[in-house]
Structure formats: C-alpha cells, structure tokens
Design a protein. Structure first.
Length: 433
C-alpha cells in the first residue's frame, strides 16, 4: 500500500445545530477544526484529500482556501453520514481511479494529528491488511482505513448503518491501532466546554494530556463493542454532570460510526475549579481585548457582563428569539448559544458599532422611519440580522426577507414595518451596506 494510492476523505457535512454555529469553523488554537483536519490529512502525503461538505458549504469552502485539497458537496447531507461517504468516495475515484484504499476521518477530533494518521497508514501497509481502525476505550472509531475490497460496500451503506457496520461485520479482519487521542470529539457546546476545562486542567496538572481513562464497568454490546454508559436512564447532560475524572476529559466516539449494534463512548469530564479561567482574545467593534473567562461563558454574557456592551439582549437564552444576534466575521449568530472561547480572535460586531458617532447606520435610520419596533427589546438583534441579510443578498422580495428574518422574533408584532424598513434600506443603499 503506497500513500499515493491511498486517498483521504474528511467528512464535514453536518449542520451542527446544537453548536449554534458551524462546528467545522470552531477554532482551536487559532485554527478552525476543518482547516486543521485538512492540514493534518495533507501532511501525510496521501493523495487525493477530499473534503465532503453539505450544510454551510460555502462558508467551509472559504475556510479551506489555499490548501491542496478537493471539496465536494453532498446534496443529501441531511440523510446521514452514509451519503457523505458515498459522495466522497465517488469524488476520490474520479480523481484517482486506481486508489487501493481510503482513510476516513472527521473534522471534529482535535486530538488526531498527522502522526495519528501515520499509525493507521502503517497498519494499512502491513501484509494482508484490509481494515484498520483507531481503538480507544475498547471501542473502534475514526480515523479508519478501508481497502479497495470494501469500496462497493461503503457505497451501499444506508443512512441508518454507518461505516462501523462494516467493522462489526468483518471484525475478525480489523487491525486495531491504539489511538487514545482519537477519543476527543467536539459534538456539542458541552463538549467544547469540557475540552476547555481539559486545557485548563493541563496547565495545572503534571498528568500526560494523552491519558484517557477506561471505565472498568463498561457495558459490552452484541458485537463486543461498548454500548453507551448512559443508556440506563441517564441523559448525556446528566452523565457529564455526574461523572468526573480529575485532570482529563474525553468525548464520545464520532457519530459517523454509530450503528444499531454499537455506539459511542460517553464523555467523562473534570469538574471545573471556580478559580480556573482561560485567556480569550476578542476583537469587538474594532477593539481587541483579552479576557480571563470561565470556558463555559457564552459570548453574549462576555459582551454584556464583562465588556459592558448591553445592546445585545438576552431574551430566551435558548437561541430561539434572535434578540442576542451579533455579527462574527460578518456572519450573524445567536450569541447566547456561542461559547466566547470558540470565537477567540474573531471579528465581532455588535449594535453599538453600527452608528458612526451621531450618524446612524442606514438600517437604523430605516427602522426609525418605518416604526420597525414598539418596545424595542428585540430591535438590536433585528437590525444586526437585517444588516447581515442585505450583505447575504437575501432581500430580493418581501417573502424572501420574511423567510431570512424568521429567526428574529418580535413579540410586539412589528413584522410588516420591519420588512418595509429592510426594503427601504436596500433601495437607498443599493444593497451595499
């Protein structure tokens, strides 16, 4: 098995709804997860490297500019990971029809390095190897290598199965490589917070950052792979709250490998000492400031409580009303759902910076002229969202404005006036806001 005959597919098509932002764009150490995964794959020398996107395809493609990779879009990403595997494999074989194997990896495993991938590839180079997978906590997961013999079966995976079904079916042929660093998977805001706690603990603990504990009381499923430990009535959130291991935190095996007969290993997180904080560099309204924050602090709370920018409002605190909308790198997000630590180094724009001194922003003027508010509580979020809406080019008709502003609720019912204000602002600025 030669590296030039093994391609790598990075699966990055999910919408990451629980994150409040595209998970692939979360930055760890100043580099987004997707760009880091692509660079890790490139460093192995394997060819080609294919990135499969789906939701937020344009944003993710922009994050990958300048890298020697191929990007393909899975139009059926909502049907599950299997569709992305098919899409990626089809693209890989169009570029390298003689490929002898494919290494599958996901974008949200910050612990996986090019050295980790090299260990998997070394296993694939052994005589007779056909299936090689990472092993951590007595389960299998990504990254995993599949010989050409299994290409047809990879293409035939359904949305319920997942690639792990092949590993289970042919478990006698699987060569497992111990990669404890592959256990770390960022799947929810709680996972990111747990990782922040892990990083904070590393600063104060002599323990190796690669130490991953194994639960001796794990439940083994029918395929000999651990079933989720929270299956006995506990939710994932409850499990995080109830189980602690000093100095470390690990996350569930990637959802890409879920199947009916085997599932992920749960998160085990360290309790956060109230005195432990992490430095977060925020560039807000053109001014850069470094704050020492609890890694669980949301961007909204950092803006309001630590920086005194109270224009962004806390409404539902569940990402459903849009009152907390701010712009991050020009893109609107619900700041109540975003962890401040995730946006280290990002350009953040709040309602406070739209006006230039006494001169109102055109969108602010339009809202005043058209009475686009009553009580005014939701107005900062409405205006920030409307500014982004015009930049996105989604204000061509009243129906389109309503659709793309539907994430911002006005309990006073000023919707028709808000639409009129946005339409007027577009006409007076030719959409160039």
């Amino acid at each position: 098995m030669h590296k030039t005959r093994t391609g790598i597919i990075v699966l990055a098509a999910g919408a990451s709804a629980r994150m409040g932002m595209p998970k692939q764009l979360i930055k760890i150490g100043g580099t987004s997860l997707i760009r880091r995964a692509a660079q890790t794959a490139i460093a192995t020398g394997c060819q080609p490297v294919v990135i499969v996107t789906g939701a937020n395809a344009d944003l993710i493609a922009g994050e990958l500019q300048g890298l020697e990779i191929a990007v393909t879009v899975n139009p059926h990403w909502q049907t599950g990971m299997s569709a992305s595997i098919r899409t990626g494999l089809d693209a890989l074989l169009r570029m390298a029809p003689e490929s002898e194997g494919v290494l599958l990896m996901v974008a949200d495993q910050p612990g996986v390095t090019s050295g980790s991938l090299e260990e998997i590839l070394a296993g694939a180079a052994r005589p007779g190897s056909k299936l090689v997978a990472a092993r951590f906590n007595d389960t299998w997961g990504t990254p995993a290598w599949f010989a050409r013999d299994y290409f047809d079966e990879l293409k035939q995976l359904n949305s319920q199965g997942g690639a792990k079904s092949l590993l289970v079916r042919y478990r006698d042929q699987v060569l497992a490589i111990d990669l404890p660093e592959a256990a770390l998977d960022l799947d929810t805001p709680e996972d990111v917070a747990a990782y922040g706690r892990h990083l904070a603990e590393r600063q104060h603990s002599p323990a190796s950052p690669n130490f991953i504990p194994t639960d001796p009381d794990r439940v083994v499923g029918p395929a000999g792979i651990p079933e989720p430990l929270w299956s006995g009535g506990q939710t994932r959130r409850q499990f995080i709250a109830n189980v602690t291991v000093a100095g470390v935190s690990i996350a569930a095996a990637p959802s890409f490998f879920q199947s009916a007969s085997a599932a992920e290993v749960p998160i085990v997180s360290a309790p956060l000492n109230e005195t432990q904080t992490v430095p977060v560099r925020l560039k807000v309204n053109g001014t850069e400031q470094t704050l020492q924050l609890d890694p669980r602090v949301t961007l909204l709370d950092a803006l309001r409580e630590r920086m005194g920018l109270t224009g962004s409002k806390k409404g539902c605190d569940h990402g459903q009303c849009g009152a907390c909308t701010v712009l991050v790198n020009g893109r609107r997000i619900n700041s109540c759902l975003a962890l401040a630590v995730v946006h280290d180094g990002d350009e953040i724009t709040t309602i406070e910076s739209l006006a230039k001194g006494a001169e109102l922003h055109p969108m602010q003027t339009a809202f005043l002229e058209h009475d686009g508010f009553q009580c005014g509580y939701c107005t900062p979020g409405q205006i920030c969202s409307a500014v982004a809406l015009l930049k996105e080019g989604h204000a061509n008709t009243d129906a389109e404005i309503r659709e793309w502003m539907s994430g911002n609720l006005c309990r006073c019912g000023a919707y028709s006036n808000i639409v009129s204000a946005i339409r007027d602002a577009k006409s007076k600025t030719a959409g160039a806001i």
